[in-house]
Design a protein. Sequence first.
Length: 290
Amino acid sequence: MPTYTALTTLPGEDAAEALAEAIERMEPEPSGVGVFEIEDGSGLWEVGAYFLDAPDTVTLELLRTAFGAAPFVVSEVPEVDWVAHVRRELAPVDAGRFFVFGSHDAGKVPAGRVPLQIEATVAFGTGHHGTTLGCLRALDRLLNESASFANVADIGCGTAVLAMAAAKELPEARILASDIDEVAVDVARANVEINDLAGRVACMEAAGFAHPDIQSAAPFDLIFANILKGPLVELAPDMARNAAQGGVVILSGLLVVQAESILAAYEAQGFALVHREDLGEWSALTMRKA
């Protein structure tokens, strides 16, 4: 059974939220409505709605006119087993010493590499995205420089691929992985089990550092935060409070055009840039607390 999407853009968060609320009152009502900032400096926000039945295009046109939005793009989405599709399409990923793969490619792990098995799910972080790849390469670079870390946090962990990479190469370290999304935490725990790291990586639901276990474990000498520009900027003061002196943070989830603003936010909190790698349109920053 197909579903339908209706997407539009308009300037300003308040207007976008108001339009989303109006869409929620439509008949037939949508099964879900989302509001997302388009992080390209344009100031535009995307409003997207999902419908089980074809949406009323007349109502959509009236709403977009009332709120000053762009014309809605309405599409029919065929029913697809996306997990099976992703499993077929995703090839293994080389990230320095790390080799990220799905179970369907378990026989392709090269000798001498650090294997990380990640199953295709709704959680972010398979290694294929430039941000996750950049973070893994940043960790590999630090380890090649003989860096050692005893206390590690992966904030916004998604699949927990970064936490698991640290656990594989830092066998004595305490490693915590948190995500604001309950489903992501469940996925992270499953991946930890698959990779024989039960008891090595503690996964928990938390917004940023707001969890008793994280607070009691701080300060950390290595922190991953592969999220988005907005949360990264908001987290900068907390990052400084929870990073040890001389501690390293690996930041990504940001576009190349956003890197300078992230650098400024973290430099204001006492961090200095160690390394920057741009992979396509995405950037990964390695910074150290002075």
